[in-house]
Design a protein around this ligand. Structure first.
Ligand code: SF4
Length: 333
């Protein structure tokens, strides 16, 4: 059988597609990623990560008809791989450097740097040690998608012999009772680690901070401050961690457009900047707030470093002028 895999929008190698590839290759099938025509495949699996892409992915039904199946958080949060596929070791030969480069080649940055990053990603081990999360944040799909928080694997299971880089996709690694042992193992194996979904700062202890500081991280260590009510626990965890790791090595996701006002968004962002942490604004899917979209760019592109006040940020000023009166748009409109 000829299997076509479509990675619709991932920016790193897609774990589910790598497992599907391994499963079908083990059964003697020919597996092709993205680059195939309808006449070259018998079955097609398409993964969609971002909800905003679901409608355009659906157009592929007109091309492949009954032969195509969809999965991925952006298409169906309840979709799961059958256990026999989920338990497969990923096919680390599925992705090429060129493919990942084409996905990350956005914005500024040298081509050589991006090519090197793409190579690092295809050589990395990718996987998870746990599924689910013990928390149930109202804005998050994980409690629906993976209702059970449990350990599902070992570090050794997901290493890629091509490098000592490991991308961990756990939703809440620090919430595992054995998280300290896992961090120790990562250190002892001398791995360079990307805790891709970030760390839960509310769970920080001095022991965890010490182990996190002793590990080589592939990029900045990130965490989230999503809700105003988390202020005390997030900031307390941050003060523990920054005794061990410099604040400029940290990045914090700031959820906006869910249940906070613009003033509360600005408050969290400024607090993080004052503590030397890089803020990264996320706008909740349900929000179509134009002001937040501009604020997101103003912060994430670090324009705030050159332009102190958001109200002085020209693209936002011009929106206000076009609408005729700035005073009408002070809130989350
Ligand atoms: S802690 Fe993170 S992964 Fe867990 S439910 Fe909340 S947002 Fe989702």
């Amino acid at each position: 059988m000829r299997i076509g895999l479509i990675d619709f929008d991932s920016k790193i190698p897609n774990l589910s597609l790598m497992k599907l590839s391994a499963f079908y290759k083990a059964r003697g099938c020919k597996v092709t990623l993205n680059n195939f025509s309808p006449s070259q495949v018998d079955r097609v699996f398409c993964s969609v990560i971002f909800t905003r892409n679901r409608r355009s992915a659906d157009l592929l039904r007109g091309v492949y008809g009954e032969r195509i199946s969809f999965g991925g958080t952006g298409y169906d949060v309840a979709a799961r791989l059958p256990e026999e596929i989920e338990s497969m070791r990923p096919d680390y030969d599925l992705y090429s450097q060129e493919f990942i480069y084409s996905r990350i080649n956005r914005g500024i940055g040298k081509k050589e740097t991006k090519l090197a990053k793409a190579q690092t990603l295809i050589d990395a081990g990718i996987g998870r040690l746990s599924t689910g999360c013990p928390r149930s944040c109202a804005f998050c799909c994980i409690p629906t998608k993976e209702p059970e928080f449990r350990r599902v694997g070992e570090v050794a299971d997901i290493l890629n012999p091509r490098s000592n880089v490991l991308v961990l996709l756990d939703n809440n690694l620090l919430a595992l009772p054995e998280s300290l042992d896992i961090l120790r193992e990562l250190r002892e194996r001398k791995l360079t680690v990307d805790i891709a979904q970030g760390i839960d700062m509310r769970l920080m202890t001095d022991e965890l901070a010490r182990e996190l500081a002793s590990i080589r991280h592939l990029r900045s260590l990130h965490f989230a401050w999503d809700l105003m009510e988390s202020e005390a626990t997030v900031l307390s965890g941050l003060s523990v961690l920054t005794k061990r790791i410099k604040s400029w090595r940290l990045m914090c996701f700031v959820l906006t457009g869910f249940n906070t006002s613009f003033d509360e968004d600005e408050y969290r962002v400024r607090k993080l900047i004052n503590k030397g942490v890089d803020p990264f604004v996320m706008v909740h899917d349900s929000s179509s707030d134009v002001k937040l979209k501009h604020y997101q760019r103003y912060i994430n592109a670090r324009i705030y470093k050159a332009c102190d006040r958001f109200e002085d940020y020209l693209p936002w000023q011009s929106v206000r002028c076009q609408r005729g009166s700035g005073s009408l748009f002070e809130g989350n409109t």
